[in-house]
Structure formats: structure tokens, C-alpha cells
Design a protein around this ligand. Structure first.
Ligand code: COA
Length: 313
């Protein structure tokens, strides 16, 4: 059996924290933030839990897939900002969505969480253990942001994205390439009960080197060319990182959708939020080849080749 994506959903909290408002909080300005990052505003969850955002996104993905929550047999939640040490976020999503027959666990892989969760879903489905998997990535980055540190507080935002994956004859999640280098872990950390601490330049250098590497490895493995890919859906951290990846892959930006100007870096939620936007805007069609690529704290990085087959698109 193969695995394929059959539905997507996302949720963004209503409050928009603009660059203008941020510049009343720390010494910065709209032009600096837009020029250096591409971000104009980000969403902030003023009240409610991470699991509430997750459940909102999950319900939309289940609806998009046309799946009864009771038919889900595994929920994988990805978050770096869980509401509780336990129960895990996936269990709370189960309670809220009524996916009573699902096994539930969370993964912690920071901004690469969606890539790791999708790889796990593929492996479980292909091993024959589960048939319908709900992945939900939900992040309240505002809760671990140092609002006095202008080098990090401009970057992050809150939000959630979800996907339903099903066993299928269609080989929808074709190939995976995953990496981690724990020796570099110190450049991007958030210790328990503390805020994000980051060496931005180190992270930038790492991302622009490793993301093209993993994409090239992935494409070589599948004998696929860069020009065969409809969209490269990258983790939304900084538009300059995405531009650099496009350049290093020898292609142009029109195949790299970007929504970070509206949401900033929503960590593991960024890829499924963007995927959901593309799906709902009918920009994805059967047989389109997509590359998802993530990178983040660990440091970790990886990519996945997908052939789109979402019946609702
Ligand atoms: N507003 C105005 N000035 C700022 C600023 C802000 N928000 N943040 C930093 N600066 C200043 C710095 O103090 C520095 O001033 P100096 O030259 O007087 O010392 C100057 O701008 C340049 O800082 P620098 O850190 O070199 O900027 P940069 O071009 O590397 O951009 C980041 C900083 C954080 C935007 C960039 O490094 C980045 O995006 N890195 C990747 C981070 C990331 O994606 N993390 C998540 C990964 S999942």
C-alpha cells in the first residue's frame, strides 16, 4: 500500500500584529523587517490553547477529505509549544474532534515537524499498521518569544495546519530525505520555560546550504528534475532563504509560493498552512509534483516528494 494526501485544513488566529505595531514595542521599523525577512505581519493567539488551533485546522482537513473523524486511526500532532507536558496535543485534538478510534502521539521536531510527521504517516501506512492518519501542526510561537529581542520577535507567528493521509494505490508520498545534526543544536534553542535564543546568521547560512542539498538528493533518488516540480513548498522562515534556495536550484521564484508576509514563521505549521491555501485556491491539480522542504532547530532538515491526488482539489 502507498500513502496519499486526501485533505488539508488550516487555522490562523484573528489578531494581526503588524510591523508598525511591533516598532512601538522594540527598536525596529517596517522597512528593515520587510527588506530582511519579507514579513509584514503575523497572527497572535490572544486566548485559547494550542490544541484549539490544532483542532480547528483538523476539523477543516477532515471536512476537506470527506472523512468521518471516527475513521481516523492515528493522530500525529507536531508542536514545540504544547499546552501540557501530558496529555499530548494529539489526545486533546482527539477529544475535540471526536476521532475516538485513533492512536495519538506528538512529535517534537521544531520547524521540520510537518516533514517528520508526514514521513511517519507514510511509513505507518506503507507498513500496513494504519489506514487513515490525521497530521496536525500547531504552534503558539508568541508564547516563547522574547518581545524585547528585536532579532527574533519580528520573525514568528501563531497558527495551525493539518492534513489527512490515506492508504491508497496511488503513490502520493513518493520519497523522503531526512537529516539532523545535533552538534549544531546550540544555534537555535528554547529551553523549558524560557524564550527562543537564536544565532540568526548561522541559521540562515545552514538553511541556504542544506535545503538545496536535501532537495537535490530527493530529486536524484526519484530521477526527477527541478523543472518537473510544480511547486516547492518550503518552510516559511525568511523570503531571502527561499530566494536563495530557488537560485541554488537554478530555477525562479514563481514555483516557490510564499505566504510569510502575512503570517511570519509559524514553525511546523507553515508548510501545511501554505499547502492548504494552495489547495483551497485550486492551484493544485492531479499529478502535480510538489516538493515540501523544512529546516529548523535540531538542527534538522529534510524534504518530501509528493504527487498530488487530493480528490477535493
Ligand atoms: N530591526 C532593526 N535592526 C535590526 C533588527 C530589527 N528587527 N534586528 C537586528 N537588527 C540590526 C542588528 O542589530 C545589526 O545591527 P549592527 O549592524 O549595528 O550590529 C543589523 O541589524 C544586522 O543584523 P544581522 O543579524 O546581521 O541581520 P541579518 O541580515 O542576518 O538578519 C535575521 C537577521 C534574523 C532576519 C536573519 O539572520 C535570519 O532570518 N536568519 C534566519 C532565522 C530563521 O529563519 N530562524 C528560524 C529557522 S526555522
Amino acid at each position: 500500500m502507498n500513502a496519499t494526501i486526501i485533505g488539508t485544513g488550516s487555522f490562523l488566529p484573528a489578531y494581526k500584529l503588524t510591523n508598525r505595531e511591533l516598532s512601538t514595542m522594540v527598536e525596529t521599523d517596517n522597512e528593515w523587517i520587510v527588506t530582511r525577512t519579507g514579513i509584514s505581519e503575523r497572527r497572535i493567539q490572544k486566548s485559547g490553547d494550542v490544541a484549539d488551533m490544532a483542532s480547528n485546522a483538523a476539523i477543516k482537513a477532515l471536512d476537506n477529505a470527506g472523512i468521518n473523524p471516527k475513521d481516523i486511526d492515528l493522530i500525529i500532532a507536531s508542536t514545540s509549544t504544547p499546552d501540557y507536558l501530558f496529555p499530548n496535543c494529539a489526545s486533546i485534538v482527539q477529544k475535540i474532534t471526536g476521532a475516538d478510534n485513533a492512536a495519538c502521539f506528538d512529535i517534537s521536531a521544531a520547524c521540520s515537524g510537518f516533514i517528520m510527521a508526514l514521513s511517519a504517516a507514510k511509513a505507518y501506512i506503507e507498513a500496513g499498521m494504519f489506514k487513515k492518519v490525521l497530521i496536525v501542526c500547531s504552534e503558539k510561537m508568541s508564547g516563547i518569544t522574547d518581545w524585547k529581542d528585536r532579532s527574533t520577535c519580528i520573525l514568528f507567528g501563531d497558527g495551525a495546519g493539518a492534513c489527512v493521509i490515506e492508504s491508497s494505490e496511488h503513490d502520493g508520498i513518493k520519497s523522503v530525505d531526512l537529516h539532523n545534526d545535533g552538534k549544531l543544536g546550540g544555534v537555535l534553542t528554547a529551553k523549558r520555560n524560557e524564550n527562543i535564543v537564536m544565532n540568526g546568521q548561522e541559521v540562515f547560512r545552514f538553511a541556504v546550504k542544506k535545503v538545496p542539498e536535501t532537495i537535490n538528493t530527493l530529486l536524484e533518488k526519484e530521477s526527477t528534475d527541478v523543472k518537473d516540480i510544480k511547486y516547492f513548498i518550503l518552510h516559511q522562515a525568511n523570503v531571502r532563504i527561499i530566494e536563495s534556495v530557488a537560485k541554488r536550484l537554478g530555477t525562479d521564484m514563481n514555483r516557490f509560493p510564499v505566504n510569510l508576509s502575512k503570517y511570519g514563521n509559524t514553525s511546523s505549521a507553515s508548510i501545511p498552512i501554505l499547502l492548504d491555501e494552495l489547495n483551497r485556491e485550486n492551484k493544485l491539480h492531479a499529478k502535480d509534483l510538489l516538493v515540501f522542504a523544512g529546516f529548523g532547530a535540531g538542527l534538522n532538515w529534510g524534504s518530501i516528494l509528493v504527487e498530488w491526488n487530493c480528490r477535493k482539489s
